[in-house]
Design a protein. Structure first.
Length: 255
């Protein structure tokens, strides 16, 4: 960017960066790049299973897109790092900073707290795909026989060293890998002095989450069943509709 760059220039540049990635993801979806992940979702739900979604840091937003929102699938659960404090063995002092997400030792406890059923599928988001808790939970899920879907930046993950003792990245563990198309470092625009700005992974990951949800709902509907979808709790009848289906799928929402 030139020294005389304006706010309008930056806004336009960022919009182009986002649009180009969303268009690329849409093209990939049309070409079938998401079909294997959607199949795993549909099969899990068809067998009475649940979609277990996990992400740390900003990637927790991906799990929130998958689980417990209007227009989303009801047989879903969000796993959060803070579960090991709120529902597990760690003290509140463990929260804060990045040490918890880099800790591989919490993976077994996170998995146990999730209470995964035999037909559940795990979808795990991490832009870097190398932190200990992320890779550790993916390995736990695989060890217990669950399919794993990864949402990660292939550009970023292949340019950093794995931090898990296994030497694996999330992409190495997963059955299906979806590229969020974020660049190395996530930010897309370089300001004067080389300072990057304009991260895109949250936006592209949210788009991927919605494509997976829409594709799963469409596939279930095409099979002649009614997709189990949330409606907004802020419209008449929303709470009643949602609670009835949560009971059917034995879903309990946590913070």
């Amino acid at each position: 960017m030139p020294e005389t760059v304006t706010q309008s220039d930056l806004d336009s540049a960022f919009t182009r960066e986002v649009q180009s990635r969303i268009e690329a993801l849409a093209a990939s979806a049309r070409a079938g790049a998401f079909d294997d992940a959607i199949t795993l979702f549909v099969e899990a739900i068809g067998r009475g299973g649940v979609i277990q979604a996990f992400g740390t840091g900003h990637s927790e937003a991906f799990a929130m897109e998958i689980a417990g929102r209007a227009g989303g699938l009801i047989p879903t659960k969000k796993i959060a790092l803070r579960d090991v404090v709120l529902r597990g063995s760690l003290d509140i002092s463990a929260l804060g900073g990045s040490s918890l997400e880099r800790n591989p030792d919490i993976a077994a406890e996170l998995f146990a707290i999730a209470g995964a059923g035999p037909n559940d599928v795990f979808v795990i988001a991490s832009n870097s795909g190398v932190n200990g808790s992320i890779v550790g939970l993916a390995l736990e899920a695989k060890q217990h026989g669950h399919p794993v879907i990864a949402v990660t930046s292939l550009d970023h993950t292949m340019r950093v060293e794995p931090k898990h003792a296994s030497g694996k990245r999330l992409r190495d563990v997963a059955d299906v890998v979806l590229d969020n198309l974020a660049p190395f470092g996530d930010a897309t625009i370089e300001l004067s002095g080389g300072i990057p700005v304009g991260a895109v992974s949250s936006i592209t990951a949210a788009y991927i989450a919605q494509i997976l949800t829409i594709g799963t709902a469409q596939r279930i509907a095409a099979q002649g069943s009614t997709p189990p979808l949330y409606i907004s709790a802020n419209i008449p009848g929303g709470d009643e509709h949602n609670k009835a289906l949560e009971l059917q799928y034995n879903i309990t929402r946590n913070a």
